[in-house]
Structure formats: C-alpha cells, structure tokens
Design a binder for this molecule. Structure first.
Ligand code: HAM
Length: 461
C-alpha cells in the first residue's frame, strides 16, 4: 500500500476538552444565565457597577498580590512568554528597582525567546486593583464598588467542584474608610444574593486574621507551638510550620484535628484596633440579621488578606463545599504601586453555586418552544414565515421547520421539543384566513384569525 493510500484510510482523531475544562450546555446554561442575571440585579441594588477585565495579565501582578509563596502562584498558574511584549517588558524591567523584576530581566536576556511572562488570571482581585490604579479611580467618589464575572484558571487536580477553568462572580469595594459596616454590607450582599437564588444549607464562617502588626507576632507564637508537636503532624503540616504556619489550621487530616484544637487562637492575640474592628463587624452583621459562625481556623490561601476573612459553604458539594471566599485587603493597592487604599471583597465559585442549586432541585427544566409551526404547501410556507416573524417579535419562542413535513410527523416533532402549541397551517387555513392552534397538553384545537391568535397566545403563555 502506498503511503498516500495509508494516510487516506487513517481516521482523523477526535478531540476532547482538556482535563479540568468543560463545555456548559443547554439546558444547564439557562441556570447559569439566571444566576448571572440575579447577580447583576442584586449587586446593582447595592450600588455596584460591572467591570470587565482581561483574561491574562502580567505574571508579576499575581505574584506580587496573591503572594509568591502561595500554592496558586507556585503551582497553579498557566503562564507563558508573550514574545510580542518583549521590548516593552525589557524596558520596564530595566527601569525598575524591584530585584525580582531584575532577575526576570536577566532570565529574559539569557533566554532564546525573550518576551513578557504573562499568566491566565487565577483570580480577579489583583486585576481589579490594577484597573483601579490604572484608571485613577481614586479620583472618583469613594468607595468604588465593582463586580465582575468570568473564567479563572488554576492548574489544580480536577474533581467534583474543582476545575482548571472555573467561573467566579467577584465583587470588590475599594477606597474610602475601613468602617466595619462596609465589611458587613459586603457580606450582607452575598447572603442576599444566595437568598434570592434559594441556595440551600448556606453557612457563613467569619474570622479576623489581624493586621501587619499583630499577625506576625501570632504567627511566631503559632510556629513555636507547632514545633512542640511537630512529631505528631503529617508531612504537609510539618513543611508548613516553616513556610506558612497559618495554613496548618486549614488541615483536614483526621489525626491532626485534636492537636490543632489546642493551638493558640488568633482571636486571643489581636491588637486592640483589630479586636475592636472584629467586634464591630460582628455587631454590624447582627444589626443586618446575618447569621454567622466564628471560625478561628479560617485562614485564606492568598497572601493579601488582613482582618476580616469569611467563607460560605452550601449543601450538596462534598469536600469542595466553599461557594464563596473573601476578606479585607487594605494595603494591596499600595503594594501594586497605587495610593494607600482600603479594600474588601469576595468571589463566588459559580460552578459550585450551580452544582448546589442543581443538587437541591433548583435547576429550571429544559426550556420548550412556545409554538411549533406545522405547515404544508408553498402558500402555507410563506404564511408560516410571516407568522413566525410576528410571533417572535411578540416574544414567543417559535420553531419553524425548514422543510415541509406531514402533519403527523410535525406534531410528533413538536411534542419532542416540548412545544406548548402547534400552529397548523395548510391550504385551508391560508385560504380561509383562520389558523388552527392545537394545545399539545390536551390535544384540543381551535381556529383563530391572525390577530385573535396573537391575543390568545399573549393571554395564555
Ligand atoms: P478563593 O477562595 O481562591 O478566593 O476563590 C473563591 C471561590 O472560587 C472559592 O470559594 C470556590 O468557590 C471558587 N474556586 C476556587 N478555585 C476553584 C476551582 N479550581 N474550581 C472551582 N471553583 C473554584 C479568591 O479567588 C479571592 N480573589 C476572593 C476575593 C475577592 N477576596 C477578596 N476579593
């Protein structure tokens, strides 16, 4: 067999979505749209405006804000070199005094393919802060309240509720004061959103992780306490004693739980200002009727947090049950080269939110058509096209078969598509100017003039 013939017989390989990514299909996408629409509506009532951000940014933005030693930055970012941005990058690196930037410059000069290191965004807070600075939003009336939604990317081990491309609905309040009422109102907003969606089993956990004055002292205390019980801890926690002792509190390892319960708690080591802020946040939540649980072990996996942190879980999600995480991050804007700025926000994991709604039966059923137009004959086809146009203009969902079908087959098709009505148009209907409308649920039918038909449908659908 010649090489050409062998090639011809080879079946082209089929493609699959990459592990950890997925297609969202109808009817499920109707639920996604409903969730997003509800977010637009609820967030607008709290004075938030939508911001749309790029999907990729300079890698350094995430390194500096999320934290160079976090799992997200160390292991999970999708990064690549963008050669088109090479010149701009080298110029900026040259004029920068940041040693990390300088090292990247060196790496780039030595690399055979110089360019700008960029990353697919693993989260949105860093980008919102970058945009706040870039567009001089500190000149606007403060605080600036922004929200956004869209895909994020983290190279995590995929499982139920954990994807490599996942979706977040993110809200941020930047500038103005750090009044505890702001923390409470942000939490009140996300709870109101979940309430509107009738999300089941919602549980809000809150904590305060102090600030740059009191947290380092607590972390040292915690490290010392952990070193005393080091032998009883697993390898992950042992490693974290050095890298990030707070993360030990996050451990789900069964044998470690009784040890962790005896460790010093941050609430007992907050400075006066942080303790007062935390007490006021709790009071503000109570004034708003928001039910919370204090969880001293709630530390978040990103570096920019200080004081208030919170997480919300919901039912039906297994081990990945956090549907929302957030907290205060005063100082992050400054860290990114902006003016000193207060900040607080949260991100909802939309995939998990949808999963939980589906598990509790809140998903809408397949959306059927309102009207299926069963037509036969050339004249009827022209009338059917006009009828479809008018019905769609009036807002009905209409299926107009592209080729003629026997009425029996057409009605079967209408049934399969879940249509409520079949509009039957044959020669008789066209010449009489009386159209037959069949109600598919009970098989009854009646004749209508064109305007009466529209009126009838308007009343009954
Ligand atoms: P985060 O806790 O990393 O916070 O993510 C927020 C939420 O995103 C999680 O609670 C979870 O529902 C969802 N999520 C995270 N990773 C995945 C994944 N691999 N698959 C599915 N869902 C996931 C942040 O991202 C912060 N930027 C939140 C924030 C905004 N803090 C202040 N402002």
């Amino acid at each position: 067999m010649s090489e050409g013939a062998a090639k011809k017989e080879e079946k082209p390989r089929k493609f699959q979505a990459i592990r950890g990514t997925r297609d969202l299909l109808p009817p499920e996408t109707a639920l996604w749209n409903r969730v997003e629409q509800t977010a637009h509506e609820v967030f607008a009532t709290f004075g938030f405006g939508e911001i749309r951000l790029p999907i990729f940014e300079e890698q350094e933005l995430f390194r500096r804000s999320v934290g160079a030693d976090t799992d997200v930055v160390l292991k999970e970012m999708y990064s690549f070199i963008d050669p088109f941005e090479g010149f701009d990058f080298l110029q900026r690196a040259l004029s920068s005094r940041d040693p990390v930037f300088q090292k990247q410059l060196l790496d780039q000069l030595l690399a055979s393919e110089p360019g700008m290191p960029v990353s697919l965004r693993p989260e949105a807070t860093a980008s919102v802060c970058r945009a706040y600075i870039e567009h001089g939003m500190q000149q606007l009336p403060q605080p600036v309240k922004l929200y956004c939604m869209g895909p994020m990317f983290r190279r995590e081990r995929p499982q139920k509720g954990r994807y490599r491309q996942f979706y977040q609905i993110d809200a941020e309040v930047l500038g103005g004061t750090d009044a505890p009422a702001i923390d409470a109102e942000v939490i009140e907003m996300v709870m109101a959103f979940f309430d509107r969606l009738e999300l089941q089993g919602v549980q809000l956990d809150i904590n305060s992780i102090g600030d740059k004055d009191c947290r380092p002292k607590y972390v040292e205390l915690l490290r010392a306490a952990l070193l005393e019980v080091k032998d009883k801890l697993g390898p992950d926690s042992q490693r974290r004693i050095e890298t990030n002792p707070l993360r030990v509190l996050d451990s789900k390892v069964k044998e470690e739980q009784s040890i962790i319960e005896k460790l010093p708690r941050i609430a007992d080591h907050l400075c006066e200002e942080c303790a007062a802020h935390y007490a006021a946040v709790k009071h503000q939540l109570e004034m708003r009727g928001v039910i919370y649980r204090e969880n001293w072990r709630l530390v978040r996996g990103l570096d920019y947090y200080m004081r208030t942190t919170f997480e919300i879980t919901a039912q039906g999600l297994g081990s990945q049950n956090a549907v929302c995480g957030g907290g205060r991050y005063d100082g992050l804007v400054e860290l990114l080269g902006g003016p000193p700025t207060k900040g607080i926000g949260f991100a909802i994991g939309e995939d998990r939110l949808i999963l939980s709604l589906q598990e509790s039966g809140k998903a809408p059923a397949q959306q059927g058509r309102d009207v299926y137009i069963a037509w036969m004959g050339e004249r009827a086809h022209a009338t059917a096209i006009r009828a479809a146009k008018d019905l769609r203009k009036a807002g009905f969902s209409v299926e107009l078969p592209p080729v003629e079908q026997k009425f029996g087959k057409a009605l079967g098709q209408a049934d399969k598509l879940g249509a409520k009505y079949a509009l039957i148009l044959g020669d008789n209907e066209v010449s009489e100017g009386l159209w037959t409308l069949k109600t598919l649920a009970d098989g009854s039918q009646a004749k209508y003039t064109e305007p009466d038909l529209l009126e009838h449908l308007r009343k009954s659908l």
